[in-house]
Write a protein that binds this ligand. Structure first.
Ligand code: ATP
Length: 319
């Protein structure tokens, strides 16, 4: 049994770490991909997880497999391709400190995952199935993601979806909206940023946008608001839960930590139970998730920045 199985991109992020003697940028090899970040936190907090996706049979792919294993994430659904190479991305910091990306993903292994490559036995064992839209930008992984999510639905798993919209990876905004819409329709639990909510619904007001998605059938809508915390909407009500004041130095992966913490807390529940929680209990789940997201911003990187259960408990005691 797996509490959470996640399908999606697994790649190398080369992050800038300074300049060489010749004043050329030096990049550090880091694991990248939101679904694995989410799983890494669920595992760190003590639940069973599994990853589904594809890397190349190269040094990068083997490094990524090792990272998953070190983080106690089951890799029986990780395909190692002899044909395609591991996807690479370079992160650049512009003069104002903002991040931009260069993706090397043409025929990248993560994107070349076919529906027939997916390990459905892993999904059968999953209480929660999580995916995002980075694995829906192009075929064949788009069809693989949709088929896997539909299989998980039929299997009775709770479906979690985080669009993680990366404009550079889409041929057009219209295409992104259309395909992300498919993910939203499949989702029981949807985590979005304000920008993603506006992209999907056309609404700037979070309450209006969240309500629209709820009426369309999403059972739990979570709109993460950076340091301001989260807006939620579910059967039992809606509202804001304030974020934690921390000394944020790197917000990479804060959303993944938030969602990992949320899924960790609900992975022994049925969807009906979650929807039936009273508002205070539901808000406590969000508060725990806000604490995890906030702590993740206090360290650099994604997986290395994930908090422990004690750190989450301790910061919550400050409230
Ligand atoms: P990303 O895609 O970069 O991981 P996101 O847009 O999905 O991020 P955010 O809203 O940035 O998600 O962050 C998720 C959660 O983490 C927030 O809801 C909040 O609880 C916490 N968080 C993020 N940034 C901060 C911050 N600067 N201070 C405190 N908490 C933060």
């Amino acid at each position: 049994m797996f509490h959470v199985a996640a399908l999606g991109e697994l790649l190398i992020d080369f992050t800038p770490v300074g300049l060489s003697n010749a004043k050329n940028p030096i990049f550090e090899q880091n694991p990248g991909g939101a679904p694995a970040n989410v799983l890494a936190l669920v595992s760190k907090l003590g639940k069973k997880t599994a990853f589904l996706g594809m890397v190349g049979q190269d040094q990068f792919g083997l490094f990524l497999k090792e990272v998953l294993e070190k983080n106690n994430i089951n890799v029986s659904g990780l395909k190692i391709s002899e044909k395609f190479q591991t996807t690479l991305a370079f992160v650049h910091l512009d003069k104002s400190g903002d991040r931009t990306f260069s993706f090397y993903r043409n025929l990248g292994a993560d994107m070349m995952l076919n529906a027939s490559d997916v390990n459905y036995e892993v999904i059968k064992e999953a209480k929660i199935f999580h995916f995002g839209s980075v694995s829906m930008t192009e075929e064949p992984v788009r069809a693989a993601s949709i088929k896997a999510a539909m299989f998980a639905t039929e299997n009775g798993s709770i479906i979690s979806f985080d669009p993680n919209y990366r404009p550079l990876l889409w041929s057009s905004v219209e295409e992104a909206k259309k395909i992300i819409g498919i993910g939203v329709k499949l989702a029981d639990i949807l985590k979005v940023s304000e920008e993603e909510l506006e992209l999907i619904t056309g609404k700037i007001d979070v309450a209006v946008g969240a309500d629209m998605l709820f009426r369309e059938g999403v059972k739990v809508v979570l709109v993460t608001l950076g340091k301001r915390g989260c807006y939620y909407k579910y059967t039992g009500g809606e509202g804001y839960v304030d974020g934690y004041a921390v000394n944020a130095i790197d917000t990479t992966g804060a959303g993944d930590a938030f969602l990992g913490a949320f899924l960790y807390q609900i992975c022994d529940m049925k969807m009906d139970e979650l929807c039936g929680l009273n508002k205070n209990d539901f808000k406590r789940i969000i508060d725990f998730s806000n604490a995890a997201g906030a702590l993740a911003t206090t360290r650099t990187g994604a997986i290395p920045a994930l908090p422990s259960i004690d750190e989450i408990h301790n910061i919550r005691l400050t409230r």
